[in-house]
Design a protein around this ligand. Structure first.
Ligand SMILES: [Zn+2]
Length: 750
């Protein structure tokens, strides 16, 4: 009988074994990978098998997890503790899932990573008995925490995380996926909505949480100038932003001049609002001696007056004093320090030749790359700025030496279409290598370049320059500021994907895509993905040579490229809209964004640049011959139609959710559609005077003014008051066009 029982047991065991061998493993009904989309996409994900692990019991008496971390885990521990209603402890109490945050400088998974990838590299292991996040530096724990938060799923009164092992790092050290200024890289805060300082500050903190969630660690935040008293309480407000950002491992960028001070005298829409800092003039002896001319733009003689002399030591000291006060008061993460606006080799060479006699004696060589030429002079200036700012510390623990990166831009920031001299790229590489060598082992200094694609020999320019600098043993970082549309410089495209060019900028320590402000939250998420991984949604266009790269870049810039791989229903752009605003409102927002298709004639949701730049041309004395006003009018007719269509979708979205970004998008389109209507009339009047059109324009403006009063109190937080800050002045300018009788004009050019 015992023998029989054994046989039965054996048969039974065999059966169980067969079941395990030949049946598929018991999988959850839906794999975790199908439910969770992590953005930016981690480098390696291995989903585990088995039920997800409980990490929080909202509302229940006892926490499900505890955070096991030391002080180095900082905000990573804090944010997890808050979201999971858990406490931060050292030894974990029994019966709680330990979420361990640890720093291991020798972590094996990061052993082969380069210097730009290591600080944020992390491994996140979610198992049934513990969650473990390991990073090489504390910053990596912030990124691990952001990933864990994206994984959380609420179900049956609990919060769960799927079993997984994730190993991750970014392609680019500092990812400026967010440019919150409306006027190019210069000024006008896009999140200043005329509803006062308190709302602005709350909005900025909410947006910093958004950046944290998508691992955006660099934000173009304010400019242009180092005046800490430009508005009452300016420094305090900025400090609140930089401190909240620093905690989250985000650096806010502030822009201003180190010489040149172009916004104080150059004429164009970009420079219209002047400079928010001291405009230094070349005077010797400083500050009361006579003015003199030194470096400057060859064709703009006044530019040689504006603080451009590098041999004037007292002038340099005064400029640095202003920057020091700014750093101490604002605690910036980046300073973008612009000089005279000479981008190309030719312009930079000619400006250097214009230096004053004292500069010539100090640096006799006209050769840009020489120690006795521009490279020597700038290396000395950059090094002095860096070393003097290094000493700034504040009681909040800010240390400029570590927490502040300086980006020096121009002379010579290069442009991709430079043709002369024939060996221009080779010269530029040699110049930057010389500059780096002369600067020596400085930390946290970058040189700014514009977007670049292929070198003449077929390699990628930025990577090539990085390699040449590495071979020369210098640590100077590279910054790429790319203007590919959605930037209010090239275009006001609301769904711009010029971030697909990011792989061309690999090798840069920081990259700014120059778009991603208000109404561009989906673009900010896309940018985050482009900068973390070099592609998004599987879309990577084939651009095998310079002409194809330039051609694609131009199409991207104007909003003429909406690849179905990214924009078709179900693809990444739609999924981003859904995750930001929920499936119903998100779908309406997706429809609003995709209204213009590839026409490039997008909806008008911001008045700055969209309206003001065309209005400035309309008002210019002696119309520029190049403008075909009939064509311009036709374009505004299309934009008006698209704005109205987008408005209907956005209003639907605003009905479906109560998020302020959605509400403001709908309200801004409401204002934009009325402005677009006025622009059509103004352009019609430009082509041919017509009393009926004139009357319609004035009526539209009257209605618009009344409408604005229902939208925002127009209370300025920044000196310019964001986009609403230019609404009334634009109405006044349009009214002038409607009121003035037009002189008989030549017919528009066909
Ligand atoms: Zn000089």
């Amino acid at each position: 009988m015992a023998r029989n029982q054994s046989i039965v047991l054996l048969r039974w065991l065999l059966l169980v074994l067969l079941v395990f061998l030949f049946l598929p493993p018991l999988a959850p009904a839906e794999p975790a990978s199908a439910r969770v989309e992590l953005l930016p996409t981690p480098k390696q994900v291995r989903w585990g098998e088995g039920p997800p692990v409980l990490v929080a019991r909202p509302g229940a008496g006892a926490a499900a997890a505890c955070i096991v971390a030391g002080p180095e885990a900082g905000y990573a521990a804090e944010v997890l503790a808050t979201r999971l209603q858990a406490t931060v402890v050292r030894p974990p109490p029994p019966a709680r899932l330990p979420i361990v945050l640890q720093v291991d400088a020798q972590a094996e998974f990061a052993a082969r990573l380069g210097r730009d990838a290591r600080p944020e590299a992390y491994r996140l292991e979610i198992g049934p008995a513990a969650v473990k996040a390991t990073a090489v530096e504390p910053e990596g724990l912030l990124r691990a925490a952001a990933t864990l938060l994206q994984l959380l799923q609420a179900k049956d009164g609990g919060v769960y995380a799927p079993l997984a092992e994730i190993t991750d790092w970014p392609d680019v050290r500092y990812r400026c996926a967010s440019d919150w200024l409306l006027n190019v890289e210069v000024n006008r805060w896009s999140y200043d909505w005329g509803d006062g300082r308190k709302n602005y500050q709350a909005r900025i903190e909410r947006m910093l949480d958004f950046c944290f969630a998508y691992k955006i660690n660099m934000v173009w935040f304010d400019g242009f100038g180092w005046n800490v008293e430009r508005t009452p309480g300016y420094a305090e407000l900025m400090r609140a932003g930089t401190r909240a950002a620093r905690q989250r491992g985000i650096r806010l960028l502030f822009a201003g001049y180190g010489g040149g001070y172009g916004t104080s005298y150059q004429r164009s829409e970009i420079y219209r609002c002047g400079y928010f800092g001291q405009t230094f003039l070349n005077r010797r002896p400083w500050p009361d001696g006579p003015e003199y001319l030194c470096r400057g733009m060859e064709r703009v003689e006044p530019s040689r007056r504006y603080g451009t002399c590098l041999s004037n030591q007292d002038l340099a000291a005064a400029k640095i004093e202003e920057m020091k006060r700014f750093v101490a008061a604002v605690e910036p993460g980046f300073m973008y320090i612009h000089d005279i606006d000479t981008g190309t080799w030719r312009e930079s060479e000619s400006s250097w030749k214009l230096r004053c006699e004292a500069c010539r004696q100090r640096w006799p060589s006209d050769d840009l790359a020489s120690e006795q030429g521009q490279a020597g002079a700038l290396a000395e200036w950059f090094g002095r700025v860096r070393s003097e700012l290094d000493g700034v510390t504040t009681e909040a623990g800010y240390r400029a030496a570590d927490d502040l990166t300086l980006i020096f831009v121009s002379p010579l920031y290069t442009v991709y279409y430079e043709k002369t001299p024939a060996d221009v790229w080779q010269r530029e590489v040699e110049y930057f290598c010389a500059l780096g060598r002369l600067l020596g082992p400085v930390r946290n200094v970058e040189i700014g370049l514009r977007e670049q694609f292929y070198a003449p020999d077929g390699g990628l320019k930025i990577a090539q320059l990085r390699r040449a600098m590495d071979d020369a043993g210098n640590r100077l970082g590279l910054h790429v500021v790319a203007f590919g549309g959605g930037d209010h410089y090239q275009s006001d495209d609301l769904a711009n994907i010029s971030g697909v060019m990011a792989p061309f900028y690999r090798g840069a320590e920081s990259i700014c895509l120059s778009n991603g402000g208000v109404h561009e939250e989906p673009v900010q998420v896309l940018n985050a993905e482009f900068l973390w991984n070099g592609s998004a949604g599987g879309y990577r266009p084939a651009t095998p040579d310079e002409p194809s790269a330039q051609e694609l870049f131009r199409r991207l810039t104007r909003g003429h490229c909406r690849p179905p791989e990214l924009f078709a229903p179900g693809q990444l752009f739609q999924r981003i809209c859904h995750r930001l605003w929920g499936p119903a409102a998100g779908q309406a927002m997706y429809l609003a964004y995709t209204v213009p298709g590839e026409s490039g004639d997008g909806p008008v949701s911001r008045v700055w640049w969209s309206v003001t730049s065309c209005l400035a041309r309309l008002r210019a004395q002696g119309a520029p011959q190049a403008t075909d006003w009939n064509q311009e009018r036709a374009r505004w007719v299309r934009r008006l139609a698209h704005t109205r269509q987008a408005l209907a979708h956005a209003q639907e979205a605003a009905r479906l959710c109560d998020q302020e970004d959605v509400r403001w998008f709908a309200q801004s389109l409401g204002v934009g559609s009325r402005f677009a209507e006025a622009m059509v009339d103004a352009l019609q009047l430009r082509v041919q005077d017509d009393p009926a059109v004139r009357a319609h324009l004035l009526k539209t403006l009257q209605d618009l003014e009344a409408h604005i009063a229902t939208v925002t109190p127009l209370e300025k937080t920044d000196i310019l008051g964001g986009d609403p800050g230019c609404w009334l002045e634009s109405i006044a300018n349009l009214r002038e066009l409607g009121a003035s009788a037009k002189p008989a004009e030549l017919p528009a050019r066909r």
